[in-house]
Design a protein around this ligand. Structure first.
Ligand code: AMP
Ligand code: MN
Ligand code: MN
Length: 316
């Protein structure tokens, strides 16, 4: 059932033991939104824990509360009155689903949200879930602290490509300004999150050699099979480099993370790439979507390219 922001605040106020979670393969918005909301709920006297079923990249240790994020163990039972999933539908929270047996509240900005949570607050116009969480925190009447501001600013900055993407709205900027006023430090966040290990920068050179241009230059992508990924770790943000190629509308990366399991990222300058991601059980936003294809790299590439070409034709 979809609910309003006021009802979302009331739902949080009505519960005491709250577990927060976000998507596996967590990004700045997933981590920042969870931690930001955690700080606000703690300030209101709630018993709050954050569990994410994945490893959290060390670069995020710049966020206050990073060390408090737990990873559920197999068979673990985490007692709670309410499970809150942010930046995701309930199908991508991994083991948290089994570990927490409680009513579910979902707060998200993905238009592809499956609506399966008991209660859902969805705002597809929000650039990041962090933008929603800031508004929610105002609604809750919790104090805007530096800790919270650092976390939410990170979510906002990373989901908007540091305020460059088309999802950046006047409201995004107003929220960012409010977070700066609360003590967020953009330079500290960007320095921590934009640093890369030497080996990763080197692997960028390897990956970029594999760029292919398709559809007369309207599509560009990089496929990295499992063997290559064993030798050269896939660099973060690779898709961003494909996206900037002149004339390219749809950019993709396909990484065979495990033999027969490929993680796909899609970006566009106009075409609705959720139409491609949804065909493989994924989702996302009009201009940024993703999915997982359970096929070896070469086969997955053929299916993905076919789907991209179809959507491109339909849109032409
Ligand atoms: P990424 O390419 O991983 O940065 O993802 C781009 C966008 O698509 C993000 O908003 C993700 O949350 C969303 N997304 C990625 N993979 C999936 C998936 N398997 N299911 C649903 N949404 C996804
Ligand atoms: Mn996310
Ligand atoms: Mn997000």
């Amino acid at each position: 059932m979809q609910i309003s922001l006021t009802e979302t605040a009331a739902e949080l106020k009505a519960h005491e033991r709250i577990v927060l979670t976000a998507h596996v393969n967590p990004d700045g918005d997933a981590i920042g939104s969870s931690l930001g909301l955690m700080h606000a709920l703690k300030a209101l006297g709630k018993e709050v824990q954050v569990f994410i079923d994945d490893d959290i990249p060390a670069a995020f240790s710049v966020l206050p509360g990073y060390e408090l994020i737990g990873k559920p163990e197999e068979g673990q039972n985490i007692p709670a009155d309410l499970l809150v999933a942010v930046d995701v539908s309930l199908d991508r929270i991994g083991r948290v689903n089994e570990a927490v047996k409680a009513p579910t509240l979902n707060i998200d900005h993905h238009i592809t949200n499956d609506g399966k949570a008991d209660k859902l607050y969805l705002d597809g116009n929000a650039a990041a879930t962090a933008e929603i969480i800031y508004q929610l925190i105002e609604e809750l009447g919790a104090p805007c602290t530096q800790e919270m501001a650092m976390c939410l600013y990170t979510g906002l900055a990373m989901d908007t490509g540091w305020f460059r993407f088309s999802n950046t709205t006047p409201n995004t900027m107003r929220v960012a300004a409010a977070l700066l006023a609360c003590g967020a430090q953009p330079h500290v966040i960007s320095e921590a999150l934009e640093q890369r290990p030497f080996a990763e920068v080197q692997s960028l050179a390897f990956a970029l050699q594999k760029i292919e241009l398709l559809a007369g230059g309207k599509v560009a992508g990089i496929c990295l099979d499992h063997a290559s990924l064993q030798e050269h770790e896939a660099p973060e943000g690779l898709i961003g480099m494909v996206r900037v190629i002149e004339g390219v509308d749809i950019a993709f990366t396909l990484k065979e993370k495990e033999p027969g399991l490929c993680r796909v990222s899609l970006r566009s300058k106009g075409v609705d790439v959720t139409k491609i991601a949804l065909q493989f059980g994924g989702g996302g936003h009009v201009r940024a979507a993703g999915c997982t294809i359970e096929k070896p790299c070469a086969e997955a590439r053929i299916e993905l390219v076919k789907a991209i070409m179809q959507v491109l034709e339909e849109t032409a």
